[in-house]
Design a protein around this ligand. Structure first.
Ligand SMILES: Cc1cc2nc3c(=O)[nH]c(=O)nc-3n(C[C@H](O)[C@H](O)[C@H](O)COP(=O)(O)OP(=O)(O)OC[C@H]3O[C@@H](n4cnc5c(N)ncnc54)[C@H](O)[C@@H]3O)c2cc1C
Length: 378
């Protein structure tokens, strides 16, 4: 393989964004992914305002908005009772909403833009080892080939090979429960402009609208089924969300089970090896932060790598110092949103009263909107 300035390992949303931004900046980059094709499942479906802002330069925000569903409202509820209503529509941004869009569509739009910029993802090709020296990094692939790059970025997800090869710790833990996830069609009255976090005695449930009349349900459970059925989702909605006889699940379009950790890499760079996205941080899906930090990491990293290639030796440390504390804050916020749901039932009336009270304070609502939209991290 030909030598390159930057080897991007992984073509998820993080790697695709980074590769696109590097191409815009005229940096020679090679992108590889171990899978034969990009993901076609919906996974992280909430794109926040800050992600859309940073994707403007790549000319992808406009394309995503065209295909997505804007949800300007977010609320925390106990059954039908609203505890904290959050309105994004007053935020100072061109995107005063959460854009609901399947991750498969986000990845497709990013990959199409990358192709337009003349870069193709090389797949299936897995990195098995990276060894750095003073001048660069030698990467070895599963087909036995090697490549020299000046920098290697691990955008290779939660089990990052690059992070492990760099010897960077991934400090944190794992939630005891697994998360059930289902994209369904519903009959009955359900908002199509609002993401709802339900705090029921039996646990948290997220309900969010998606394009094409689909709704996303996510819930932590002690034993989540591998493939949720309509009856299972119905039970969740009846016991944890709007209550019985309000909505009927008519179809499960896609379902899955996943385990979630809350971890942040001890540093985002070790010499010429750099981390971004899930390789650098993972956290609860409550609050819909998902891939957003990864996209925002990627844009910041494209600047840092351009500077490093231009001789600025402090640029990568600067990237780590800037982005890592943001991940710590998101882990804390999403952890709180998740924990508040699993308080013992005796504490629930008090919790609801406190949340309702907090929800009457405009500054509290603004702070939450500011953080969930990612605008706090501009
Ligand atoms: C089933 C499922 C459901 C999810 N649901 C939600 C949700 O509801 N809400 C939410 O916010 N988030 C959800 N997530 C998480 C979300 O998908 C991630 O946060 C997001 O994909 C992170 O993007 P990334 O590009 O950093 O990493 P990834 O998307 O994980 O991409 C990493 C890429 O690197 C490739 N790769 C890995 N190792 C190598 C290697 N050694 N060599 C070459 N390539 C390699 C992989 O093939 C992969 O394509 C879900 C994830 C899963 C799996």
């Amino acid at each position: 393989m030909t030598d390159t300035d930057v080897l991007v390992v992984g073509a998820g949303p993080t790697g695709l964004t980074l590769a696109g931004m590097l191409a815009l900046r005229g940096v020679a980059a090679t992108v590889v992914d171990g899978l034969p094709a990009g993901g076609n499942t919906s996974r992280a479906a909430a794109v926040n305002a800050r992600s859309l802002e940073v994707l403007e330069e790549l000319d992808v925000a406009r394309r995503m908005v065209k295909e997505g569903l804007p949800a300007p409202r977010f609320s925390m509820r106990d059954r039908r009772s609203v505890l904290i209503p959050i309105d994004f529509s007053g935020l100072d941004t061109a995107y005063p909403y959460t854009l609901m869009l399947s991750q498969a569509t986000t990845e497709r739009l990013l990959a199409e833009r990358l192709e337009e910029l003349g870069v193709s993802v090389q797949r299936p090709l897995s990195v098995t080892a990276v060894v750095q020296d003073d001048d660069g990094v030698t990467a070895t692939f599963d087909n036995g080939e090697t490549l020299r790059a000046r920098y290697v970025v691990g955008a290779d997800g939660i089990n990052s090979t690059v992070r492990q090869q760099a010897g960077i710790g991934f400090t944190g833990g794992e939630y005891a429960e697994s998360f059930a996830l289902a994209d369904v069609r519903l009959q009955g009255e359900v908002p199509t402009d609002e993401v709802i976090l339900f705090y029921a005695r039996t646990g948290l449930t997220v309900e969010a609208p998606l394009p094409d009349g689909i709704h996303r349900i996510v819930a932590p459970l002690e034993h989540a089924p591998e493939e949720p059925t309509a009856a299972f989702v119905q039970e969740l909605l009846d016991t944890r969300a709007f209550g019985p006889d309000r909505l009927r699940v008519t179809e499960v379009i896609w379902g899955s089970r996943f385990r979630i950790h809350h971890r942040v890499a001890d540093t985002y760079h070790a010499g010429r090896l750099v981390l971004a996205g899930d390789a650098a941080h993972v956290y609860s899906p409550a609050g819909g932060q998902g891939m957003n930090l990864g996209i925002q990491d990627a844009v910041a990293l494209s600047d840092a790598l351009t500077a490093a290639l231009g001789g600025d030796e402090s640029a990568l440390a600067g990237y780590s110092d800037q982005r890592r504390p943001i991940a710590e804050q998101v882990v804390t916020l999403t952890g709180r949103l998740t924990r508040v749901a699993t308080l013992p039932s005796a504490a629930r009336p008090l919790r609801n009263t406190l949340l309702r009270l907090a929800g009457t304070v405009p500054a509290v609502r603004h702070q939450l909107a500011w953080r969930l939209s990612g605008l706090a991290y501009r």
